[in-house]
Design a protein. Structure first.
Ligand code: SN0
Length: 315
């Protein structure tokens, strides 16, 4: 595996999952695989789980880690080509990526969608610039359109708790006060399809995701109907793809409550976190034994460790 930015970068998904479960069972089994190698992590946006779990995964493999927040601890970066740099940005991403590629062996990048221009976000300008200029493997720490480390942890969690080989998994939109990217649901849909889960995506009209991610999934505008028989309920807010970046609904009746969970087949609750309590899901759902959100977040470590192991062994 050269880069890890989307599922298409993974040549053998079942082998990656197997490796991740090995890492979960024996996190200390490869203490020197990454000795003498450095992971750099560049954050254009805030992070709690991704920053700490990926750092921890790297140190379990003996790597050194350098993590930085753009504009805070680095120069502000210009990402547009051909502009006269007379504004606040002191450095162009072209030089920054090339230089970091000389300093580290693997480079993680987090760069969220700006939700202003769909074409610009879906072109993945920043991630692609790092892929082109850094000359080292790039690991997505959530890009404009995808969050593959999260999706791998999501799949590990489903594999850990599923009771049938092909579980019914419902990805449902839920209300939120802010406009959020489509990266987490896009990515989850792409991974759930690769796993051949029975995938249902429920959302109010207008929240259809980019069909390249959802092809083959059942789309429902009726959350109650979608939840019938669900074994996993993955709640997430996203803004509209069609009416790009817009909030079209804040309908509180889409919040996941114990009444909604009662429709499921003794279903488990999933969310990538951070979660707004009593917006996306009620306290009673998050605090119930059916909520897997903490285990799901814990699975971010074996997910990142399996990805770094694979990259280190490929080089
Ligand atoms: C991000 C998102 O893509 O939805 C990261 C999720 C892993 N979430 C947020 O930005 C939440 C911000 C908020 O104010 O709740």
């Amino acid at each position: 595996m050269q880069h890890f930015t989307k599922i298409a970068d993974v040549s053998n998904l079942s082998a990656l999952i197997e490796r991740a479960f090995e890492c979960k069972r024996s996190p200390h089994a490869w203490p020197s695989l990454g000795r003498g190698r450095t992971l750099g992590m560049v954050f254009f946006n805030p992070s709690l789980r991704t920053r700490v779990s990926t750092h921890r995964a790297a140190t379990l493999l003996g790597m050194d880690v350098i993590s930085m927040t753009v504009g805070d601890e680095t120069w502000q970066l210009e990402t547009r080509d051909g502009v006269e740099m007379d504004g606040p940005a002191a450095e162009h991403i072209r030089e920054a990526a090339a230089v970091l590629g000389r300093y580290v062996d693997v480079l993680g990048v987090r760069s969220f969608a700006h939700l202003r221009d769909r074409q610009e976000d879906y072109a993945e300008t920043i991630l692609e610039r790092f892929r082109a200029c850094a000359g080292v493997p790039i690991v997505s720490l959530e890009s404009a359109t995808r969050h593959p480390l999260q999706s791998l942890a999501d799949v590990l969690t489903i594999e850990q708790f599923k009771r049938r080989s092909r579980p019914r998994v419902v990805l449902t939109w839920a209300p939120h006060p802010k406009a959020l990217p489509q990266a987490v649901p896009n990515s989850f849909a792409e991974w759930a399809r690769a796993m051949d889960y029975e995938l249902v995506i429920a959302h109010p009209p207008g929240y259809e995701l980019d069909p390249q991610f959802t092809e083959g999934a059942t789309i429902s505008y009726d959350q109650d109907e979608a939840l019938d028989g669900a074994e996993f309920v993955y709640a997430k807010n996203w803004s509209s793809y069609r009416d790009y970046g817009k909030i079209l609904s804040q309908d509180r009746s889409w919040q996941i409550t114990p009444e909604k969970m009662a429709r499921t087949s003794d279903g488990y609750f999933l969310h990538c976190l951070p979660i707004r309590r009593n917006m996306i899901a009620s306290d009673a759902v998050l605090d119930s034994p059916r909520s897997l959100v903490i285990e799901q977040a814990a699975n971010r470590i074996p997910a990142a460790q399996a990805v770094l192991r694979t990259i280190l062994e490929t080089r």
